[in-house]
Write a protein that binds this ligand. Structure first.
Ligand code: NAD
Ligand code: LMR
Ligand code: MG
Length: 603
């Protein structure tokens, strides 16, 4: 376990190439303008003349054939001039303008869209994913032009089994599903939350190379409790309060059964469900379907990898993790998911029971420190509630500042959804941490909801801190040539690999062992030197490489647990005989890469 040098070395020695060989033909069942209006097949001015003849496109396009490279350059030119023309305008205006130009390309020509996304992932991820996706969800009804994905509403009860066949693609591998009830830290956005599955699936294509014809973003519209939206005349969702209890669950059940009937092998990622449903649906479905909850399980792995990185960054052995004091702020689906996985890791490392392992963790929610004295203590938080006798004189509900001052934690980790709760006083109190390099993880999204900014963290808590945030911030110039490194602790480093590894394994469900392997793989990805320099997570530029490693780790864990049934022509025996290296190569080979395929018409 935790063989760090091994993976980091193999990463450095291998320069992975993604297939750019001539692609095989792609069968289309349409002709003429129907093809031009289908972003899966459209090549715009890039259709070769022979293909124009074959597909009835002659005369429907200007005569000159433009190469893929020229189309790419043309798009990037317009993107750069938009950047230039919007310089100085408010951030939101610029981000939305960038989102619009990318979205228009997405709607028109997916091959070109995904190529520019993959090649410019560092610039474009913050537009199509966090944080801009939050702004897009907030404004979705006004921005709406064309539908994307599928919508199942409370009115569709009894119809879902047939509705699922309305989706045009014969095969779906990856579904991201939300009910819009907790979109990032923005709360209940009802049907407008569809932006999240779309953004997550764009990351699946970019990072995991899932074929865009095999992804499906889904919104379960069971109403909204957001009064402002209910009163908004542009709102596109059901104008009714959210379904609750059995009524709610029967809708989700029906959807899950419908998906399973049509695509029994599809992986379903639950995303941005409010806490009660996040936990309940995970328990309900995890042994019946191949699904996971990204906010609980993906986030946990990413946070754990960062926590282990911060132990290494202090120059300590990994096993010193068992001595770290960690304050977790936010006892929701994400915070509790992180605690559960971290406690399990400590108890494995120390050979202790989980009860002992819990001692080093302190959990707060909106009412302060959670102890066993808490009235109406939430069942999910109860296992982490402190015994009032054991907490250095801290009382039930103690404030974050009191806790930080008393505990002097090695790590302060925020998943509260509340911007600025790591205020100046709290950050200054972290200067008294027992760690030589205290870690501050402000993981809430989007940017406005981060517990603190990177600049404030380095300014108030000191230049020796390790810093990570859920949304991207620029590195901080500390003067004298020193840089305060900003890490992005976002579940995007894991969910694509969890999905792809699970898919290729052919496992019927996703186990804790598979998720733990994903986290271990990410934790081992960084070299000692990188970690010493405060770099806890890889650059997003290498997201395909990371995803290949994570996917292979998940797949191998499924094989080790005897759950892998294989995928396509690769059966369980083949998987069992693959070395680690071969598994990574296999996963990489299965990644779709955007390149124009010759189109062949079939009636
Ligand atoms: N970086 C990532 O990869 C990642 C992953 C998942 C979630 N998140 C972010 O984490 C946040 C929370 O997500 P969630 O699903 O756990 O939400 P949630 O609604 O389930 O939980 C929020 C928790 O924060 C607590 N809280 C609210 N105000 C607080 C305050 N002032 N002080 C302390 N605690 C407070 C609440 O009591 C609750 O326990 C969101 O902003 C989300 O975007 C980030
Ligand atoms: O969507 C993200 O950027 C991460 C996470 O899933 C969240 O809910 O904030
Ligand atoms: Mg989420």
């Amino acid at each position: 376990m935790w063989n760090l040098a091994r993976v980091a070395a193999s990463r450095l020695s291998r320069s992975r190439r993604f297939s750019t060989a001539i692609p095989g033909p792609c069968i289309v069942h349409k002709r003429g303008t129907d093809i031009l209006h289908d972003p899966w097949f459209n090549k715009d001015t890039g259709f070769p003349l022979t293909e124009r003849d074959r597909l009835g496109l002659r005369g429907l396009l200007p005569p000159r054939v433009i190469s893929f490279e020229q189309q790419y350059a043309r798009f990037m030119e317009s993107y750069r001039s938009l950047e230039k023309n919007t310089r100085g305008q408010p951030n939101d205006v610029v981000s939305l303008a960038k989102w619009r130009i990318l979205n228009r390309l997405h709607d028109r020509n997916e091959t070109l869209y995904y190529r520019v996304l993959i090649d410019n992932i560092k610039d474009f991820a913050p537009i199509i994913y966090t944080p801009t996706v939050g702004l897009v969800c907030q404004n979705y009804s006004g921005l709406f032009r064309r539908p994307r994905g599928m919508y199942f509403s409370a009115k569709d009860k009894g119809e879902m089994m047939s509705m699922i066949y309305n989706w045009p693609s014969p095969q779906v591998d990856m579904i991201v599903l939300t009910d819009g009830s907790r979109i990032l830290g923005l709360g209940d956005l009802g049907v407008q939350g569809i932006g999240i599955p779309i953004g997550k699936l764009d990351m699946y294509v970019a990072a995991a190379g899932i074929n865009p014809q095999r992804i499906l973003p889904v919104m379960l519209d069971v109403g909204t409790n957001n009064q402002k939206l209910l009163e908004d005349r542009l709102y596109l969702g059901l104008r009714r309060p959210r379904l609750e209890g059995e009524e709610y669950l029967s809708i989700v059940d029906e959807f899950m059964e419908a998906v399973h009937a049509r695509w029994p092998k599809a992986i379903i990622q639950f995303e941005d469900f409010q806490m009660k449903w996040a936990f309940e649906t995970l328990e309900r479905y995890r042994k019946r379907f191949c699904m996971f909850n990204d906010d609980i399980q993906g986030t946990a792995g990413v946070a754990l990898a960062g926590l282990l990185g911060s132990v290494r960054a202090q120059g300590q052995a990994l096993t010193d993790f068992v001595n770290q004091k960690i304050v977790v702020v936010g006892a929701g689906s994400a915070g509790l998911g992180v605690l559960k996985m971290a406690v399990e890791a400590v108890s494995r490392m120390a050979g202790n029971s989980e009860t002992v392992a819990k001692n080093q963790f302190f959990l707060l929610d909106k009412d302060g420190l959670i102890t066993k004295d808490r009235k109406n203590l939430d069942l999910a938080a109860a296992p982490f509630a402190k015994d009032p006798g054991q907490i250095m004189g801290l009382r039930e509900g103690a404030s974050l500042l009191e806790v930080v001052k008393k505990v002097k934690p090695h790590v302060l980790l925020g998943l509260s959804g509340v911007g600025g709760v790591f205020n100046e006083e709290v950050l200054k109190a972290m200067r008294e941490s027992d760690s030589p390099k205290p870690a501050i993880f402000a993981m809430s999204n989007p940017t406005m909801n981060a517990e603190c900014t990177a600049a404030d963290a380095f300014k108030h808590a000191g230049e020796n801190i390790l810093f990570a945030s859920g949304s991207p911030f620029e590195n901080i110039d500390l003067g004298n040539g020193k840089i305060g490194h900003v890490n992005q602790a976002n579940n995007m480093y894991l969910f694509p690999g969890i999905g792809l590894g699970s898919l290729l394994s052919g496992a019927h469900y996703i186990t804790d062992g598979m998720l733990q392997s994903a986290a271990e793989c990410l934790a081992s990805y960084m070299s000692d030197e990188e970690v010493r320099n405060g770099i806890l997570y890889p650059s997003i530029n290498s997201i395909r490489d990371i995803t290949a490693e994570v996917g292979a780790a998940v797949l191998r864990a499924a094989v080790a647990e005897d759950l892998a049934e294989g995928h396509g022509e690769v059966g369980p025996r083949d998987l069992r005989h693959m070395s680690k290296e071969e598994t990574v190569e296999y996963v990489t080979r299965n990644m779709w890469y955007p390149i124009y395929s010759p189109l062949v018409h079939e009636k």
